[in-house]
Ligand binder design. Structure first.
Ligand code: UDX
Length: 447
């Protein structure tokens, strides 16, 4: 009989995972402790913007016309335990307030709510990003609190999905990492992921700590690549070099690769910044903090980029205070194809200029609602053209396709001054210069 799957926590990761599991043919029950979220999902609505996710959900949610009906939602842990053979824990682990370490309280609450209901054989699979050592501890917790005892087993299966590509990354993962302690657990995970494995996704079997570390080290490596190229941008800036050309040239070396070498205002979002900080905190607890001191530098290079963008804007406006200056900001989200503004470099730069007296007007294709909520005192416009109207300088801070397709000549007609600062190295300098704009980007020559 086909496996039945539950997904605990239907945020970004869980909602995508639940829909993907239904797409792979399983009966799926998703759980969240927030009833409003469950009601939305039952209507086939997604609480965030993610390309393709709503369509995928609507193909499977029970009660929606034409749907397979394989995907249902609940708030009841007893129902989840009775229903599933495999339970994926997908709750979030945000940065703890005022600290580097991550907040494990949602993971702990999920295990505490599920365990007492596990009376028969079950595989609980952790997907959340956690400090190394958590899986060992949670396995001991399950053994002690699940009535099924050893029949209720734990596996650790980190998730590597990127926002904006969540559906594709879940259905066609680069790799599947299975931290397991028994052949039974491995067999069950191979069954769950049979389709992607058949289609070529590598399946890497590890112990618990390695599985946890694969996730944090992958994110640390990606963060390192970005801060490395941003450090090179700083040197290029000082020496008169061009970081975009430099990235292209070093990227031809397969060992380095072209990806994740785009210099600019740096990384943000709900994962990379908090994951590298939580990793440092955990290494400290393990007495291995010296091994990760370089991550402190990666973090500080990243944060410095935002300040440098503010300074570039100040210089572009003549070097004085921002007071009375009109600044157009294109982009609010931490990356394109997402409405996520968590730790967004774009919004941070906009906020710094606003707090220094600049009159900032922001436009973003999908992030306006979230940006308004967390930064209500900024100015907002309904279109890029409206944001640019009357602006003394234009800042391009999130690399949406819509911004690359803008007509610089039309924008030049409405701007007060034709100065554009490309914080993502994503616009075509020649196109903007031809239309009479002064184009500046970090780490690139002025003309
Ligand atoms: C990341 C990891 O990529 C993913 O594997 C993990 O599961 C979660 O964290 P995500 O947060 O969606 O995914 O964003 P990602 O695409 O990694 O981009 C992170 C940030 O880096 C963005 O702010 C982006 O603009 C920035 N970035 C990326 C750069 O500044 N330069 C680059 O070359 C690439």
């Amino acid at each position: 009989m086909a496996l039945k799957i539950t997904v605990i926590g239907t945020g970004y990761l869980g909602a995508t995972h639940a829909a993907a599991m239904a797409e792979l043919g399983f009966e799926v029950l998703g759980l969240d402790v927030v009833p409003e979220k469950i009601k939305m999902l039952q209507r086939g609505e997604v609480p965030m913007y993610e390309p393709g996710l709503e369509e995928l959900l609507r193909r499977h949610v029970a009660g929606i016309e034409g749907a397979s009906g394989r995907l249902r939602f609940t708030t009841d842990y007893a129902e989840v335990a009775a229903f599933g053979d495999v339970h994926f824990v997908c709750v979030n682990t945000p940065q703890r307030h005022g600290e580097y370490a991550c907040d494990m309280s949602y993971v702990e609450a999920a295990f505490a709510s599920l365990a007492p209901h596990l009376t028969g054989p079950a595989l609980v699979v952790g997907k959340s990003t956690v400090p190394v050592g958590s899986a060992d501890r949670l396995a001991a917790y399950l053994a002690e609190h699940a009535p099924a005892g050893a029949d209720a087993e734990l596996a650790w299966n980190p998730e590597f999905l990127r926002e904006g590509f969540a559906v594709k990354d879940t259905l066609h993962p680069d790799r599947i990492v299975a931290g397991v302690r028994s052949e039974r657990a491995e067999k069950l995970l191979r069954e769950v992921y049979a389709t992607p494995i058949e289609e070529g996704s590598p399946f890497v079997v590890t112990d618990f700590p390695t599985a946890e570390l694969v996730k944090t080290s992958a994110n640390s490596f990606l963060a390192t690549k970005i801060s490395f190229i941003n450090a090179m941008a700083e040197v290029c800036e000082a020496a008169g070099g061009d970081v975009a050309k430099l990235a292209e040239a070093i990227g031809h070396d397969d060992r380095i690769g072209k990806k994740f070498l785009r210099a600019g205002i740096g990384f943000g979002g709900g994962c990379l910044p908090k994951d590298i900080r939580a990793f440092m905190a955990r290494a400290g607890e393990l007495g291995a903090d010296q091994a990760l001191t370089f991550l402190r530098e990666i973090d500080s290079i990243n944060m410095r980029q935002r300040g440098q963008m503010v300074e570039l804007a100040r210089q572009a406006l003549g070097g004085g205070p921002f007071l009375g200056k009109r600044v157009a900001v294109l982009g609010a989200t931490f990356k394109p194809d997402s409405d996520d503004v968590r730790d967004s470099p774009a919004l941070n730069v906009a906020g710094q200029i606003h707090l220094q007296g600049g009159q900032v007007t922001v436009y973003d294709p999908k992030g306006m609602e979230n940006a308004r909520r967390i930064f209500p005192t900024l100015g907002y416009a309904d279109t890029a053209l409206d944001a640019v109207r009357g602006a003394d300088v234009v800042l391009h801070l999130t690399e949406w396709r819509e911004f690359r397709e803008l007509d610089p000549a039309a924008l030049g007609e409405v701007a007060a001054a034709r100065v554009v600062l490309d914080g993502r190295n994503a616009l075509d300098p020649e196109q903007w210069r031809r239309a009479g704009w002064t184009y500046r980007a970090m780490g690139r020559p002025t003309a």
